[in-house]
Design a binder for this molecule. Structure first.
Ligand code: E4P
Length: 216
C-alpha cells in the first residue's frame, strides 16, 4: 500500500519524506487555508520535496471553471493530480481532464456507486472519506470493501485512495483490505513507527552493550 501524506504543511512533508514513508501528497482547501500561504507557492515547494502524485483541489463548482483551475494547477508540475469533488460538474470535468491526459483524484466519495461513477469517468484516484463516515455512525470500511469488490469486477485503472484517516486502526484496515493508497495525517504517520516495547527493548540492548566495554 502506498502512503500519501495528507497535509499542506511543508515542514511535516519534509520530515515524513526523510523517513522514506511518503509516496505522494494530498492537499485540500482547508489544509491550504491552515498554512496561510499562496496555494501555487505551497504546491511548488511540495513538488520539490516529493517526487510522486501531489493532489491539488479545484474550488470552482462548474465544470468549465474547474477545467480552467485544474489546467492552471496541472501546469505547476508534472506530478500534480487535479482533485475534483464528486458532484455532477466534477465528474464532467474529470472526464474532460482524463481526455487531456490530466490525472484526477475524485474526492468526497461516500458510497461505492459514487466511486464506480468516478471510475467510469476516468478518475485515476478514488477518495472515500472513511473518518467522516465513522463520524456519522457508519462503517467507513464497509464502503471501501464494497468499492474494492465492485472495482475488481471491471478494468478501470482507478486506484482506491483511502482518505480521512484518523488513526492507526483506520490505516491497518486499509492495508488489510488491500487499498492501493492511504492518505495519512502527519501525526498518524509518526505513530506507525512508535511502540513502547521497541523503545524499552532498545534501551535494554544498549545498557547491556555498554557493560561489555566494546566498540563496533
Ligand atoms: C483527502 O484527500 C482529504 O484531504 C482528507 O483525507 C480529509 O480528511 P478529514 O476528514 O480528516 O478532514
Amino acid at each position: 500500500m502506498k502512503f500519501f501524506i495528507d497535509t499542506a504543511d511543508v515542514n511535516e512533508i519534509r520530515e515524513a519524506a526523510s523517513w522514506g514513508l511518503v509516496d505522494g501528497v494530498t492537499t485540500n482547501p482547508s489544509l491550504i487555508a491552515k498554512t496561510g500561504r499562496p496555494y501555487a507557492e505551497v504546491l511548488r515547494e511540495i513538488c520539490d520535496i516529493v517526487d510522486g502524485p501531489i493532489s491539488a483541489e479545484v474550488v470552482a463548482t462548474e465544470a468549465a471553471a474547474m477545467l480552467e483551475e485544474g489546467e492552471k494547477l496541472a501546469k505547476i508540475h508534472r506530478n500534480i493530480v487535479v482533485k475534483c469533488p464528486l458532484i455532477i460538474e466534477g465528474l464532467k470535468a474529470t472526464r474532460a481532464f482524463a481526455k487531456r491526459g490530466i490525472r484526477v483524484n475524485v474526492t468526497l466519495i461516500f458510497t461505492p456507486l459514487q466511486a464506480l461513477a468516478a471510475a467510469k469517468c476516468g478518475a485515476s484516484y478514488l477518495s472515500p472519506f472513511i473518518g467522516r463516515l465513522d463520524d456519522i455512525g457508519q462503517d467507513g470500511f464497509q464502503i471501501v470493501e464494497q468499492m474494492i469488490q465492485i472495482l475488481s469486477n471491471y478494468d478501470y485503472p482507478a486506484e482506491v485512495l483511502v482518505a480521512s484517516v484518523r488513526n492507526l486502526t483506520h490505516l491497518m484496515r486499509a492495508a488489510e483490505i488491500g487499498a492501493d493508497v492511504a492518505t495519512v495525517p502527519f501525526a498518524v504517520l509518526k505513530q506507525i513507527l512508535h511502540h513502547p516495547l521497541t523503545d524499552m527493548g532498545l534501551e535494554r540492548f544498549l545498557a547491556d552493550w555498554r557493560k561489555t566495554n566494546q566498540k563496533i
